[in-house]
Each structure stands twice: as C-alpha cells, then as structure tokens.
Design a protein around this ligand. Structure first.
Ligand code: ATP
Ligand code: XMP
Ligand code: GLN
Ligand code: MG
Length: 513
C-alpha cells in the first residue's frame, strides 16, 4: 500500500524518535521508524527519499555503541542526523567525536543558536534562535567536505552540512517544541533537500487504504472486532466503505466493560448500516481469569479469549478468512514489535495467541491516535465518537489489581461511573485525554457511621497527552476531586479511601497493569 514518498527514520535509541516521526508526518510526508539493526538491503528496498538518524544515549566512539555501515552514505539519498545521529554521521565519514573537553561544550536545554541562512536547512529562517540541546559529546573534527552551518556561544559546530551530497547534521533536537523553527527546519530538509511533494494526506490515505482492503479481501468475508472505541469504529467505517456487507462486526462483551457500556455500544451500532453482533462472553472471561493476578498473564489470556470468541462468531457467518483489528502504531511499538522493550502486551498485538487462523488486517497499524481521529473525520464519523477517550481492550481487567472477580468489577464500574460523571459535570471531558478509576488490591481501615471499615482503596487517574506514548497527570481541580471522592465513598459499598495518581508517563504508564 505504498504509492507515496517514504522517509526512513533510523532509530538509535533516542527518546524522541516517535516525535520525529510525527513531525515528519505533520509535514505531509510519510515516514516509518526502523531499528538501526535492520539489514541494510531491507532499508534500501524501502526506496526512501530521505533518511533521518535519531538521537541516542550512547557515545559513537565506544565500540559497543550502535553503528551503521558507511554504505548507506553511498545511496545518493539525503541524510539528516540529529544529535547522536549527527555525531554518528561525522564519525562514520571520518570526523572525530570526543567527550566534551570543557563544561561549556556540554549543553542541556534551551541554548541560543546562530544559523547560516545560506544553508538549505535554515533558508528563510531567522539567523538566531533558541534550540534545545541534550549532549555531552562533541564533534572535535568534522569530516572532509562538511561546513559548519550553526554555532552556539559554547560550541562552534552545532550544525554541519555537506550540501553537495545532501548530508546535514544538527547537534540539537529540531523535533521538540522548545527548538524555535524546528518544524521549519525539518520542512526545509524534506522539501528543499529530499524533494518531498507532500503526498501524505488523510484524504489520500483513506482512498489508498480502502482500495488496498478491497484488493486483499476480494469477495471474501471479513470479521471486525468492534469495541465502540475510536480505533475500531474508524476501522469499521473504513471497512464498511470498502467491502460493504461482506463485513460482520463483532462486539465482545467480556463483562469487564464500563457501566452500561455494553448496551450503549449495541444501541449505537445497531443504527449503522452494518452487520453487528454482540457476543455475551462475561462468564467465559471471568472463568478463564479466575485466580490470575499477574498482569502479563491476564493480558495473554484475554488476547487469546478474544480470538476464540471471534472464531466462534465467524463459524456462524460461514467461511471467514479475515479478521480486522483497530490496532494503531503505539500498540505495536509498546508491545515490543519495534526496537523498543516490551512494556506491556497489548491484547491485540503481543497478547495474540500463536494459532490464529484468520489473516489479520490492520488498516490503522501505522497511524498515531490523532491521525486515526483525522481519518475518522475524513470518513464522516461524528465528532463525539472521534474524540472519545480510549478504553483498553482488556477493559477493567487491567484496572483491577490482583485477582478479578465479578464483585470487584461491579464495585469498580460504579466508582468509575461517578468519577466520569463528575469530570463531565465540570466540563473537563475533552481537556483530560483519559480518566478512570483503578481498584487497587489494598484495603485499609476507615471509620464510617462510627463503625470501623476495612475496605478497598480506589485510585483515580487522569492524564493529558496527544499520542498516549507519553503523558502528564492532569491537574484536576481540587473541588472536582473532592466531589468525586465523597460521592464514591458514600455511594459505592466496599471503598473507604480514594487516592489520586500523580505520576506522569514515563516513569509510570497510563494503565496500572
Ligand atoms: N470489546 C471488544 N470487542 C471486540 N473487539 C475489541 C474489543 N475491545 C478491543 N477490540 C479490538 O482490539 C482493538 C484494540 O483495542 P483498542 O482499545 O486499542 O482500540 P479501540 O477500542 O478500537 O479504540 P480506543 O483506543 O478508542 O479504545 C480494537 O480496535 C478492536 O479491534
Ligand atoms: O486496546 C488496548 N489494549 C491493551 O492491551 C492496552 N493496554 C493499554 N492500552 C491503552 O493504551 C494507552 C497507553 O497505555 P499504557 O500507558 O498503560 O501503556 C492507554 O490509552 C491505555 O488505555 C491498551 N489498549
Ligand atoms: N541526545 C543525544 O543523542 C546524545 C548523544 C550523545 N550520547 C551525547 O551525549 O552527546
Ligand atoms: Mg478500546
């Protein structure tokens, strides 16, 4: 499904790799992030119009650090190196990188920077501005053919360029917002150096994705896992457009949905012109999960059980070859399918069983959440659906710490509903990107009606984020927390203490399991 230009981002372990990808796509250029260990011929076959080397925590002059073959510079493809990537380019092409000799050449954070605006990277931009640095190594000697095109007060070689070959390196991070005009510099690299034409638009993506699905499916039958969430609703709209009534959407009600959610999802999608099935699977999920406390084990059980339910439902429809899931890029990356460590196995990726008999179609697999929302709008979905807060496939199973029982699920459902109601009453439902309650497995002593209680502690969580890869805890006004807290303790039996989670991601994650 590739009829657009492609920019290759090579990952050397930097913190901002996803951010680089987002920035490139915001420039209407398609890109993907690949680990630096990917075989070179595989990378070449992608036929990139440009390559970006990311930053990274290592030092290029150490043998054990990530390196890349010099051959990549012989492809005739422009390269932009960022921080570690810049040092790597200099090092590989014969320059010298050393630890910074004096403290002033170690730069962290906002740094006044002076640019040579004759260089294509900085054309049309101001001659000075703030850039955002994070380095302790230093390019002591730049390779032959390279010119110094930016400097700071401490560092003479903040940016280097060999314009005849289209090689550029910057010591700072143009992808972070703190770098003034960083986005324009990336734009210059993409459009003025790599010859991008800006062919990555949602309208285009939408058309291409529909055509690709049609071709793959032919006149076969398709099952789609529909949760009522943003991703699968967008996937359903796309599939409905592509293959019409060859599609059956299956909503698995695993008994770990939020309060009234099963009925609401059913009511909403019954109105759509699609084949919609609600599979009541509460008991079988609870049975399988009984006694299980380990989070990854819960996730694997749920991933497998989802597939078993899909199989059963498909047998009622006839021969079904394809299963569509609303998997998006962060699900893939966080399940350790990219170069990253396994943080948690998302049920629809790392949690899938080995013996899936369907061919899996994931039309959103390469999109970020905000791109999925854009695609949903493109497909004509209403704003309230497109802007819904995400709800994880495993549902309350990963918000009940320790063993899962129906009783605990009921307690959590009631508490969570009150919290969400109070957030909505305060008009905060769109400014907090995800908010929910967690039933911790901890009990503590309280006093209610002059009597001792020994009940659960409930945690409330609210985060702000755009891509759910990183997140900050939401500064919910005290009055709102206060109201929610007192209502929950008064109205929900089994809870006598409420805490608010004030960790960002990283170091925490959004969900507790
Ligand atoms: N209850 C469910 N029934 C059927 N399929 C489901 C269910 N929950 C999740 N899935 C499948 O797993 C995929 C991933 O779930 P995920 O929660 O990430 O996406 P979503 O529910 O579609 O959107 P959102 O991120 O807004 O919650 C879904 O797109 C869907 O295909
Ligand atoms: O469909 C899903 N299946 C899963 O297994 C899963 N785990 C986490 N999430 C959602 O992903 C986002 C990031 O969550 P974490 O910070 O907890 O990893 C948040 O929006 C989470 O709600 C999941 N969604
Ligand atoms: N942010 C980076 O890429 C850092 C690169 C290298 N580790 C340095 O300290 O200079
Ligand atoms: Mg969901």
């Amino acid at each position: 499904m590739k009829n657009h230009q492609y920019v290759l981002i090579i990952d050397f372990g930097g913190q901002y790799n996803q951010l680089i990808a987002r920035r490139v796509r915001e420039n209407n250029v398609y890109c993907e992030v690949k680990p630096y260990t990917t075989p070179l011929e595989e990378l070449k076959a992608l036929n990139p119009i440009g390559i970006i080397f990311t930053g990274g925590p290592n030092s290029v002059y150490l043998e054990e650090s990530p390196h890349i073959s010099k051959e990549i510079f012989e492809w005739g493809v422009p390269v932009l190196g960022i921080c570690y990537g810049c040092q790597l380019m200099a090092y590989t092409l014969g320059g010298e990188v050393t630890p910074a000799q004096d403290d002033s050449a170690r730069e962290y954070g906002k740094t006044k920077t002076y640019y040579n605006t004759d260089c294509k990277l900085f054309q049309g931009l101001p001659e000075e501005g703030i850039s955002w640095m994070s380095h302790s190594d230093y390019m002591a000697r730049v390779p032959e053919g390279f010119a110094l095109v930016a400097h700071s007060d401490a560092c003479p070689n903040v940016a280097i360029a060999d314009e005849s070959r289209g090689f550029y390196g910057v010591q700072y991070h143009p992808e972070v917002n703190h770098t003034e005009h960083g986005q324009d510099m990336l734009h210059n690299f993409l459009y003025n150096v790599c010859g991008a034409v800006g062919d990555w638009t949602m309208e285009d993506y939408c058309k291409t994705a529909i055509a690709a699905v049609r071709e793959q499916v032919g006149d076969g039958k398709v099952l789609l896992g529909l949760s009522g969430g943003v991703d699968s609703s967008v996937a359903a709209a796309l599939l409905a457009e592509a293959v019409g009534n060859q599609l059956t959407c299956v909503f698995v009600d695993h008994g770990l949905m939020r309060k009234n959610e099963g009925d609401e999802v059913e009511a909403a999608f019954k109105k759509w012109d699609i084949n919609f099935v609600r599979a009541d699977a509460e008991q079988r999920f609870l049975d399988k999960l009984a006694g299980v406390t380990e989070p990854e084990k819960k996730r694997k059980i749920i991933g497998a059980e989802f597939i078993r339910v899909f199989e059963e439902e498909s047998s009622k429809v006839g021969q079904v070859d394809f299963l569509v899931q609303g998997t998006i890029y962060p699900d893939v990356i966080e399940s350790g399918k990219g170069d990253a460590a396994v943080i948690k196995s998302h049920h629809n990726v790392g949690g899938l069983p080995d013996d899936v008999q369907f061919q899996i179609i994931e039309p959103l697999r390469m999109l970020f959440k905000d791109e999925v929302r854009q695609l949903g709008r493109e497909l004509g979905l209403p704003e309230y659906l497109v802007m819904r807060q995400p709800f994880p496939g495993p549902g309350l199973a990963i918000r009940i710490i320790g063993e899962i029982t129906k009783e605990k699920a009921d307690i959590l459902r009631d508490a969570d509903a009150i919290f969400r109601e109070e957030i909505a009453n305060a008009g905060l439902q769109y400014s907090i990107n995800q908010y929910f309650a967690v039933l911790t497995n901890m009990r503590s002593v309280g006093v209610m009606g002059d009597a001792r209680t020994y009940d659960y502690t409930l945690a409330l969580r609210g985060v702000t984020t755009t891509d759910f890869m990183t997140a900050d805890w939401a500064r919910i006004p005290y009055e709102v927390l206060d109201k929610a807290s007192s209502r929950i303790v008064n109205e929900v039996a089994g809870i006598n203490r409420i805490v608010y989670d004030i960790t960002s991601k990283p170091p925490a994650t959004i969900e507790w399991e």
